[in-house]
Write a protein that binds this ligand. Structure first.
Ligand SMILES: *Cc1c(COP(=O)(O)O)cnc(C)c1O
Length: 443
């Protein structure tokens, strides 16, 4: 498949969303042609951008023996999972629902790692029965439950202990996961004793350690500190006669957004090689955002313009229920007009907001978009990760659709969920006084 004119960005990632004769294209398709068939808002992904991101990471990490598991929560559509799985990528899941998604997409159980701080017994049982690669446990209490569930099933659970190394990832507070007081992982000082106790249990096959310090990490030095702490811990455990064959280094590598060039993958690989490369451990990383973040747009149509106190406000048909990152993490998604803006420099500064009845439903201020008017189509960039997978039906809006472009073709990989389908799950009941509820609560 030939990609003509892929515009190189300042970043280390190839641009699969580009202007051709002034029109925004996704690979070889004009986005306007897609929007004629698919009602807005919708997510639009580039298959080639995902394959490209995987190949960049894999080319940097395979020479040093690192396996890659995609953090499914970043984009859990089964078409995306299948595409990455076909590239050879494993999966990092955080729920039984994500396990079903990964298996449905065709990912081998032997390449699935189960992370997460609050797994239920049913979820642990399902993962053990499916025969996944490893469960990363996050507390002493969870070790106990995994052992009990394994014993009751007559199985042996392969686990790793997730460490909280007390390293600040220097990212947004709401995506920082490895500082003291975080709910994630086991405090590094408690690991040696817990590891030894777990290793002594016949139901548990303790294979190693895991760490994940946070997300959208731009400065790589926290990775170096965390991985160095892991190396010291591996050495300490081995000195106590414990075996540590595996090390899971988590995800968190940031992506380029706007003028920010994003971290250098070669440097990330070098940090891994220098800190943990000579331990003889089998190494894994769990990137989510890096593999899909830049591979997706959220397409929206401008509904209304109104005069705000500080300039024009553009109200679009995509809201925080479709893309919650601005409201949740103060994220700013660059906006791309469908038609390349002419005289953009002189165009007004717009605040773009969604239709949801919340003040936080606000995408921020934008310049250089040209003249906007009702009916203008726009795409929010860098929306491939934590976009559709975090979407909701808040305000009883349809769950947003997802489209995947591959070369000259596109496919609807999730159709919109309608209000009809939503209402089918609900029961209005009959609440007139005197009428009995259908079922009495027990007790
Ligand atoms: C969310 C998460 C990841 C992926 O994080 P990214 O920032 O998307 O790379 C990896 N591992 C664990 C345990 C996670 O919770």
């Amino acid at each position: 498949m030939a990609i003509t004119n892929p515009r190189k960005l300042k970043s280390n990632q190839q641009e699969w969303f580009h202007y051709r004769t002034g029109e925004l294209h996704v690979e070889n398709l004009c986005l306007n042609d897609i929007a004629r068939e698919v009602p807005t808002p919708f997510y639009c992904y580039s298959a080639e951008a995902m394959r490209w991101a995987y190949s960049i990471l894999s080319d940097a990490l395979s020479p040093i023996g690192v396996s890659i598991c995609f953090a499914v929560k970043a984009n859990s559509n089964i078409a995306v999972l299948r595409l990455l799985s076909e590239c050879g990528c494993g999966m990092d899941i955080v729920s039984a629902g994500e396990l079903e998604r990964a298996l449905t997409a065709g990912a081998p159980a032997s390449q699935i790692i189960f992370s997460g701080v609050g797994k239920t017994r049913a979820e642990i049982a399902r993962a053990l029965e499916a025969g996944i690669h490893q469960i990363n446990v996050e507390s002493a209490a969870e070790i106990e439950v995994v052992a009990e569930v394994a014993r009751s099933l007559g199985l042996r659970a392969t686990i790793a202990l997730r460490v909280n190394p007390d390293v600040d990832a220097k990212t947004h507070a709401k995506i920082t996961t490895a500082t003291r007081g975080s709910k994630f992982g086991i405090a590094i000082d408690d690991i040696p004793e817990l590891y030894a106790r777990a290793a002594a249990r016949p139901e548990l096959n303790v294979q190693g350690l895991a760490v994940h310090i946070g997300s959208q990490v731009q400065d790589l030095s926290p990775f170096r500190r965390a991985f160095a702490a892991m190396a010291a811990l591996v050495t300490a455990l081995r000195e106590k006669g414990l075996e540590v064959p595996r090390l899971d280094l988590g995800g968190g590598i940031g992506i380029a957004v706007g003028d920010n060039p994003g971290p250098d993958i070669a440097e990330y690989a070098a940090i891994i090689a220098e800190t943990v490369g000579n331990l003889g451990c089998h190494l894994t990383v769990e990137p989510g955002r890096w593999l899909v973040g830049r591979a997706g747009l959220l397409v929206t149509e401008l509904l209304y313009l109104k005069d705000g106190q500080d300039g024009p406000i553009a109200i679009v048909d995509a809201g925080m229920n479709d893309l919650v990152r601005p409201a949740l993490y103060d994220a700013k998604h660059p906006a791309l007009p469908f038609h390349q803006a002419k005289g953009a420099a002189a165009s007004p500064r717009y605040r773009i907001v969604g239709p949801i009845c919340e003040s936080s439903d606000d995408f921020g201020a934008y310049e250089g978009l040209g003249e906007l008017k009702a009916g203008t189509l726009l795409a929010f960039d860098c929306a491939g990760a934590y976009g559709a997978s975090m979407a909701s039906t808040y305000n009883s809006r349809d769950l947003v659709a997802e489209i995947l472009v591959d070369g000259d073709h596109f496919r609807t990989i999730r159709r919109r969920q309608s209000i009809r389908e939503m209402l089918e799950l609900e029961d209005a009941g009959d609440w007139q006084s005197g009428s009995a509820p259908a079922r009495k609560a027990a007790g």
